[in-house]
Write a protein that binds this ligand. Sequence first.
Ligand code: B12
Ligand code: SF4
Length: 644
Amino acid sequence: MKTKALSKEDLDIEAQFIQAKIELNGLFDGRSIKKILLVAPPDIDVNLFDYDLTKRGRSNNYPPYGLAVLGRHLLNHGLEVRICNLNHEILKRCQQSAGPSEFDFEDTWESQLEQDIGRFKPDLIGATCLFTVTHPSLVRVCQKINQIPASWLGEKARIPLAIGGVHVTHDVENILDSMPEADFAFLNEAERSFVHFVEIVNQKRPLEDLSQLIINASKKRLYFSSQSLPQEEDLNIIPAFELMSIEENSRVGVLGSWYGFVGQETPIATVLSNRGCRAACTFCNVRNFNGIGVRHRSVDSVVEELEILKNEYGVGHIIWLDDDLLHDEKRATALFNEIVRRNLGMTWDASNGIIAHSCKDEVISAAAESGCIGMYFGIESGNPKILKDIKKPGTVETFLRAAEVLQNYEQINTKGFLMFGFPGETLRMMFETISLAEKMNLDWYNVAVLQPWKATPIYETMLEQGLLGEEGKLKTKDNKYAPYNLGPYSRQRAIEKGVIVDDSDYFNTLNHLSLDKVPSPETLDDIWFYMNYRINFFRLRGESRPLKLEQGLKWMTYLHTLSAPDNGFIMYYLGLLQYRVEGVVDPTLIEKLDMRLKVSVYWRERFDLFNLSVDHLRRGEFLFNFDEERIRWNLPEHFIPAFK
Ligand code: B12
Ligand code: SF4
């Protein structure tokens, strides 16, 4: 018989499999895998951890949904599985502590991890990492796992360690460089490839089925890039909620942007109904991770999950994890109608952006009927060229049409994602974003300075253009790097603490910026501050709809009590909303604001700049004329907001 000659590539592949066999034998030493521990690291490491914020209950506490999905697949294949959620443990113990001296961040998660490993005695550990911000924390967890003795596996044995998740997928080479302790890195959606891997080690599958995997062998990494992505039947499973304390999550931390509307007493959970997104925005990682297009779960399977969450865990509110919840408008309408038909009595929100194009009357009406209380919309910019450049699935007209539909459903609190600082974006273009936001009149906007993530098209372009420096941060003139990866209120706090230097000659700085030039990265913080004040806080003066005022009051109360208790704008506008809704401002709030202004030069300056005073709260008179302010600060016309 004539055999085909093997090419160099074939030989390399064959050599890889031979090497893989050697590596697996070395790590598992003929043992089969029966028990798997899945670990969610703390969201952030000790350097970013904020004791006061966590003690107040404001830290994020999302259940590790991806691990629960993997968990179900492993259980279905007869394996024993546990989930060790270190983020949750940190939050829980911090809440129980009497004060900062009673709480040790490192000791809390390390001892929990040691205890879970010691009790369960796993044959394999899998750690997840969704966000880049979690990277340092993942490194620490992997180092710790490596140090824990595993006598049940034999003398001198260590527990083989796999990592996976969105962040791992997008920067895998660097991650493995920083984590020699990780033996295996799984890429993309890994429910099939991970189960196959276990079966291969257990000699129930041929080695050739290794997929979406890098073996971090000490001499040379081995790459198995063939794909075994989850199929429809794999998506229609219910995550292993029994391995997590779902009902506890919202008690010790927050989940989603409508937490303040739902209340601590209502357990909140997350649910994924679709994978992927129809669009391919240049700043987004989703297409790289989930592939092209959207794959749906069956409506039945999703609603069954909701029923389980409600009946077995008492969940009263859910947050969709979907990137494109309304992708198929008919399916989405059928899903919402089925929720109504089964009389689930739950509320829900879409904390990830809804695509405005799908925001049509029929589907939004069904959403409202089925318990929707909040929706985020991905808008990003009000400038048509920027929208085109970033491949946003929407135009200014689409956004305005969507906003028109939403005005008919006041019970849905609406928020928009806005971004600025795109390459070539001038100040005039940024003002177009402000103007679109004011026209759309959504209830709140999350304004962010562009943070280019690795493995996104915009990252590559900006790298080529020399705009990025260390860790992908924007370069400033003096070659320092602007710290853009802070959320809005951390940014505010960083400015107050002097971590980010802020220009006190505020309006003068803005006034001297040319409308047709791209502002330097140093001025983006000032622009952010102005934009955020104008479209979020100042806008509230023009709001008169009772339902929207009530929603505003809930949101501002949440921001004041949990997010940023010392923020002067939040206190002032909380007072304004209390006055409009309840007819009176809480005297303790007035006292608190008075005290804040006495001790903080920063807030005194800001109040003076924006012509705000604690006396407005005392007298219930919220007088303000932006036009006068414009003349006072010699500002051009475009500084006049739509709401006066
Ligand atoms: C839901 C979501 C959120 C939610 C909740 C997240 C949570 N903790 O549950 C919220 C709203 C809080 C959020 C916030 C943010 N998000 Co977000 N988010 C998502 C989203 C849409 C879905 C994630 C998800 O739950 N998927 C479903 C589960 C089933 O998938 P999975 O966890 O990936 O698990 C699978 C695989 O990864 C793998 N796997 C996972 N772990 C492991 C472990 C092992 C051992 C193995 C083998 C396999 C494996 O197997 C699982 C099954 O296939 C993703 C986009 C996406 N499609 O991934 C963006 C995404 C992760 N977010 C992103 C961003 C930018 C953010 C924010 C920074 C936005 C902002 N500017 O504020 C913040 C960051 C918050 C923070 N902590 O700092 C980026 C990530 C960028 C990055 N590299 O960090 C993404 C990719 C979207 C994007 N725009 O590009 N987000
Ligand atoms: S619409 Fe949202 S999820 Fe889809 S590609 Fe754009 S940013 Fe990503």
